[in-house]
Design a protein around this ligand. Structure first.
Ligand code: UDP
Length: 247
């Protein structure tokens, strides 16, 4: 069962649980799996953004991307124990795809970034079958056609890196048309894979300080990150309110 943060659901899974869910979906034993990474920023945005909220409610798997969600859960004795970052889960899914022969499609980012991300994945997982790829700069009028093209490649896994909310919008509107079995919005992950945005050193990642490294690299993110303390306080108080109401 999902744990709700300001009424936005997050699933208390670790990466093994997420991979298991993907396996079941690729095997066709369950409906296609829509994966969304949730961080405090998205929770706050979804308070007023009905489309985003709708998307999150529709997703089969909402992973806790961001130490803020785990922190909020701990503060109130919740069940979300692990962070499962979007880029890590994507890499695990691709590793599994290479092992199982699942076909992967990469949609999004600038053409050269898309190409470099694909090359990097093939370097890391030489047995990977890339069903196809396409950059993310197209008109909304072309979205339907692109979804049909993806379907024609027979891809099992679809990673969409169009940024928010474009990737959510694409997946909600055209996800089914792509015929893919696991679909995931991955934000700036292709840029990370292509080496355009370096990841934090491993020690910082393990300590849950990736956000601090990003702030150092991209100081303009400060405004966006300021939602974290607001989120923590509200998520904590919200729980108290509900407990009070139930008494
Ligand atoms: N992007 C795209 N098409 C667009 C706008 C953005 O493919 O029309 C790509 C962009 O090149 C980047 C990714 O979307 O690779 C994520 O962008 P950003 O980091 O701005 O998104 P966020 O996840 O922060 O919303």
């Amino acid at each position: 069962m999902a744990e709700r943060f300001l009424d936005i659901p997050v699933d208390p899974v670790d990466s093994k649980g997420a991979l298991d869910a993907a396996r079941v979906a690729v095997a066709g034993e369950r409906p296609p799996l829509l994966v969304i990474a949730i961080n405090p920023e998205k929770v706050m945005k979804a308070q007023s953004d009905v489309e985003l909220r709708n998307f999150i409610e529709h997703a089969g798997l909402r992973i806790a991307d961001g130490v803020g969600i785990v922190l909020a859960s701990r503060l109130r004795g919740g069940r979300v124990r692990n962070r499962v970052t979007g880029v890590d889960l994507m890499l695990q899914l691709v590793a599994e795809a290479a092992k199982q022969g699942w076909r992967v499609f990469l949609l999004g980012a600038r053409p050269e970034v898309n190409e470099a991300a694909a090359a990097e994945l093939l370097r890391r997982f030489p047995s990977l079958v890339l069903a196809g790829r396409r950059d993310g700069y197209f008109s909304p009028d072309d979205a339907e056609h692109i979804a049909s093209e993806i379907a024609a490649t027979g891809a099992d896994l679809l990673f969409v890196a169009l940024g928010s909310p474009a990737q959510e919008r694409f997946l909600l509107q055209w996800g089914d048309r792509t015929g893919t079995k696991v679909r995931m919005g991955v934000g700036g992950s292709f840029d990370v894979l292509a080496g355009r945005v370096p990841r934090a050193p491993a020690a910082m990642r393990r300590a849950g300080l990736e956000w601090l490294y990003r702030l150092y690299r991209e100081p303009w993110r400060l405004r966006r990150m300021l939602v974290l303390p607001v989120f923590l306080v509200r998520a904590y108080l919200h729980r108290q309110d509900r407990a009070g109401a139930a008494r």
